[in-house]
Design a protein around this ligand. Structure first.
Ligand SMILES: Cc1cc2nc3c(=O)[nH]c(=O)nc-3n(C[C@H](O)[C@H](O)[C@H](O)COP(=O)(O)OP(=O)(O)OC[C@H]3O[C@@H](n4cnc5c(N)ncnc54)[C@H](O)[C@@H]3O)c2cc1C
Ligand SMILES: NC(=O)c1ccc[n+]([C@@H]2O[C@H](COP(=O)([O-])OP(=O)(O)OC[C@H]3O[C@@H](n4cnc5c(N)ncnc54)[C@H](OP(=O)(O)O)[C@@H]3O)[C@@H](O)[C@H]2O)c1
Ligand SMILES: *[C@@H]1O[C@H](CO)[C@@H](O)[C@H](O)[C@H]1NC(C)=O
Ligand SMILES: *[C@@H]1O[C@H](CO)[C@@H](O)[C@H](O)[C@H]1NC(C)=O
Ligand SMILES: *[C@@H]1O[C@H](CO)[C@@H](O)[C@H](O)[C@H]1NC(C)=O
Length: 769
């Protein structure tokens, strides 16, 4: 008994005849075969057991008699045909025709010796025709039926991962479509001028219909809040907690995986493969977790790529998918560990460590062990602490380890069921290659001569900021949109040329010394509407770009173009405002600083990959409040002109916490004309930098919409004021700043939603993920 199960425990399921569908008839024929395989018929002595079983007439006769006794004839000839072909393939022998048993009378059949399970498990040598006892046949039949039921249900549950995410994505697309239709309908209402109101000044009641109570409740309790504790951008120890809606999705996914790993196990009594029931269960659980882990692989790759189709169709940002990426990977790793532990336990129980060592010699086996180990390492090297403190180390190990995992996983599953499971490996490779290709395409679409993209970097010590100016010729492929970001590669040092970091496009300057905002769909050529790049006092140029083009001589070092680049006829440029931190950004700052001292902007060769990111549909909101800190100002700057060109925007407020007066001065300088628009208010809160104070206050005085205060803004109060002013109209709150600030803004939005301001919507432009 024990020897039998020992041998059969690891009888590879994939080597049994493959079945197209669950058809009890199949398991009946195969059950007869399984029962008779215990006997060694001695009417042939050629080669291996497999070859002997193809050549033995005693065996074939026994098999046919068994089938005739226990099985429905439906499907029989097909099964025999397949068995015959298998024999021709492996033994160059054909099975005798089925009618060799036609001559057996019922009398003769009744006299044929019956093979009992007890006898069969001694592996008898047989010199005569045998028929398995009915109870023995039943055990063989249920063994097969249960085992193959499991094989099929593993596969079905594997595909459930895709149904789950399919539903999630469908919900995302659905809500996006509904809000799109809603905004189109609002625009239609606006387009009907009444006797009192014109198109330019829509009546408030037409301008915005408050959303339904159900939608407001959804926002208040599900989509806007942090999962708990008002911590969303801020990490909790070594963890980051996604927003509530994402956490709920992830929770549902985890629950689904737990359920699918715990149900539908058919443990049968007297199982011939795995007589001990706990071993049977281990085997099924290990296979289930293995299959689910593998099925999750393409999802991990899909959610982790920069160019993810799902981002385009749902409008959810990289951050959301990155959270899904992490959690699917964690679930898959836990499943892989259970799978490996299960097989280790099974092998150890049967043959101890010597047997385990023997298994380690098998190619598929050690590859599987390595895949699990490397998946665990991958998880360990992805902890938030390392990601934050050593981003490049994290990224490099992440890529190397994921290649190793994919390779070892491939070799682990390639031999099973004719390589069927590799259908979960190839999509990972395809997604990865596609992502890299699209990255390359984005680089090329920005500049076909990608190796020759020149940029100028200027470092301002007083602002502690690098201004990166990238001239470009507008192509049809890429059109800078407000709120999008680009990955920047710095090619000046080949050692670091592969490193690329995301930066939000702050604004676009046009030729002839003017700046134009990105995203005005009507006017995207180089001569489009422009923002002056000089102090307001120094020229009378207007924001709409109908000015003379004299460049300012007292241009601010930070935001104004360098003398050479501001000469008439220069090409338009993308402007990035970059805060130096420790890695990539500090090298950029050093590079820029060395040249800036020499009063010439530093010219460097870069690659620009973009634009990325869904552009928040802010122009659908009559009231917009930006709450930003430091370089987060890039987000409102990028939207500013585009929003003000829309008649549906009634008020736009920017609350900006900034450390350096000089930074504030430079922005006010650059955007003076835009800030003169009566709908705009800029509340600047200068939190440090006492010496520069007077200068900034002077700056603020010159411009209508600018108010300068000292100390941090009270984010909660700001949101409440804005909600009160908006009343029942729709208000978009956009946060981009330090984590604490963003979390406060999120919390305040939940608060005002709870107080009945249904029109409030929260957007977060995260600077990290
Ligand atoms: C969508 C987006 C837009 C951004 N826009 C701007 C901007 O307009 N101006 C600006 O000054 N900064 C912006 N940032 C932040 C900027 O990308 C980081 O400051 C920069 O990557 C830091 O790199 P470092 O090596 O110099 O700093 P490090 O000190 O090595 O890293 C600082 C922090 O940045 C994170 N980080 C590093 N590299 C990346 C990366 N490639 N992707 C995501 N996170 C990373 C790290 O986890 C760490 O928390 C933006 C970030 C994102 C995600
Ligand atoms: N290494 C990194 O972690 C890293 C790298 C790049 C970007 N970023 C992120 O990018 C964003 C902008 O970076 P930055 O360097 O340009 O910013 P910054 O110069 O540090 O400016 C942030 C401003 O926000 C204020 N502030 C912070 N918390 C606040 C709160 N809870 N309420 C009100 N005001 C608050 C700060 O005031 P005080 O002066 O009083 O603090 C400061 O004026 C931030 O989210 C930053 O975390 C981080
Ligand atoms: C199979 O067997 C036949 C005779 O039975 C022989 O002629 C043939 O060469 C064999 N084929 C192979 C591939 O061994
Ligand atoms: C197997 O194939 C041979 C030759 O093709 C044929 O004669 C024989 O009847 C087949 N056996 C069965 C059981 O179908
Ligand atoms: C086959 O085995 C039976 C029973 O063990 C024996 O009686 C018979 O002689 C054997 N025949 C051959 C050809 O070895």
């Amino acid at each position: 008994m024990h020897r039998a199960s020992f041998l059969l425990l690891f009888l590879p399921l994939w080597k049994l005849p493959r079945v197209a569908a669950l058809h009890s008839g199949k398991w009946c024929f195969a059950g007869c075969e399984l029962a008779l395989n215990y006997a060694d018929f001695n009417d042939t002595d050629a080669g291996s057991k497999k070859i002997r079983s193809c050549q033995s007439t005693l065996r074939a006769t026994s098999l046919y008699l068994c089938i005739d006794e226990y099985c429905d004839e439906r499907g029989r000839s097909e099964w025999l045909r397949v068995s015959n072909e298998t024999c021709i393939g492996i033994a160059n022998a054909t099975l005798p025709p089925y009618d060799i048993i036609a001559g057996y009378s019922p009398q003769e059949r009744a006299e044929i010796r019956r093979l009992s399970a007890d006898e069969a498990l001694t592996y008898p040598t047989a010199g005569e025709v045998l028929i398995p006892e009915e109870s023995f046949f039943e055990r063989a039949f249920t063994t097969l039926e249960a085992a193959y039921f499991e094989v099929d249900i593993h596969r079905v549950y594997g595909w459930c991962m895709y149904y789950f995410w399919g539903i999630v994505i469908a919900i995302g697309m659905g809500t996006r479509l509904i809000s799109l239709i809603g905004s189109i309908r609002r625009q239609e209402w606006q387009a009907i001028p009444t006797s009192e109101t014109s198109i330019e000044e829509p009546h408030p009641s037409k301008r915005s219909q408050p959303p339904s109570l159900a939608y407001a409740l959804l926002k208040r309790f599900i989509t806007v809040p942090a999962t708990f504790n008002n911590r969303c951008s801020q990490p909790l120890g070594w963890c980051t907690i996604p927003p509530r809606i994402q956490s709920l999705t992830i929770l549902a996914f985890i629950v689904l995986n737990i359920v699918l790993c715990t149900v539908s196990y058919r443990v049968t009594h007297g199982n011939l493969y795995w007589p001990q029931e706990h071993i049977q269960l281990w085997r099924y659980v290990s296979d289930r977790t293995g299959v689910l882990s593998l099925a999750n692989f393409p999802l991990i790759w899909l959610f982790g790529t920069r160019n993810n189709v799902l981002m385009w169709v749902t409008g959810w940002g990289f951050g959301a998918y990155n959270n899904f990426h992490r959690w699917v990977a964690r679930v898959a790793t836990v499943q892989a560990v259970v799978h490996s532990v299960g097989y280790t336990v099974m092998i150890y129980e049967r043959g101890g460590w010597p047997l385990f060592t023997k298994y380690l010699g098998k190619h598929y086996f050690w590859n599987g062990e390595l895949a699990t180990i490397f998946m665990c390492l991958l998880l360990a090297f992805s902890v938030y602490g390392l990601r934050r403190s050593h981003y490049e180390i994290f990224l490099t190990t992440h890529i190397i380890l994921s290649i190793i995992v994919l390779l070892t996983m491939y070799y682990h599953v390639a031999i099973f069921i004719d390589g069927e499971w590799t259908i979960f490996i190839y999509p990972c490779l395809v997604l990865w290659i596609l992502d890299r290709a699209l990255r390359a395409l984005r680089i090329l679409s920005f500049n076909p001569q990608f190796w020759n993209t020149k940029a100028t970097a200027t470092y301002s010590a007083s602002c502690n900021l690098v201004r990166l100016e990238v001239p470009f010729t507008q192509t049809r492929l890429q059109q800078p949109k407000p709120g999008t970001y680009y990955y920047i590669y710095d090619l000046s040092n080949p050692l670091y040329a592969h490193q690329n970091h995301p930066f939000t496009l702050a604004f676009v300057t046009s030729g002839r010394g003017r700046a134009t905002e990105q995203g005005t769909t009507a006017n995207t050529n180089a001569d489009a509407a422009a923002i002056p790049l000089r102090r307001p006092s120094s020229s009378s140029s207007s924001f709409t770009g109908n000015s003379d083009d004299s460049a300012s001589t007292e241009a601010d070092a930070l935001l104004s173009p360098s003398p050479s680049s501001s000469s008439p006829g220069r090409t338009p440029a993308l402007i990035f405002l970059i805060r130096p931190y420790s890695g990539f950004t500090s090298r950029l700052a050093k590079l820029a600083a060395t040249h800036t001292h020499a009063h010439a902007p530093s010219s460097l060769r870069i690659l620009l990959e973009g634009p990325y990111g869904p552009s928040a549909p802010l122009h659908h909101y009559p009231h917009i409040l930006f709450i930003v800190g430091g370089t987060g100002i890039a987000v409102p700057l990028s939207h500013l002109t585009h929003l003000l060109s829309s008649s549906s925007v009634a008020s736009l407020r920017i609350v900006w916490a900034v450390r350096e007066h000089a930074f504030l001065a430079a922005v006010v300088d650059e955007f003076a004309r835009v800030l003169e628009d009566e709908r705009v208010v800029l509340d600047a809160h200068v939190t440090r930098d006492e010496e520069g104070k007077d200068e900034a206050l002077d700056e603020g005085e010159g411009v209508r919409g600018v108010r300068v205060e000292a100390g941090r803004p009270d984010v909660g109060a700001v949101v409440e004021d804005a909600a009160r002013e908006a009343g029942c109209e729709r208000l978009a709150v956009v946060a981009c700043g330090p984590a604490q600030m963003a979390d406060q803004a999120r919390r305040a939005c939940v608060g005002v939603l709870g107080r009945g301001y249904r029109g409030v919507e929260y957007f977060e432009e995260s600077f990290k993920w």
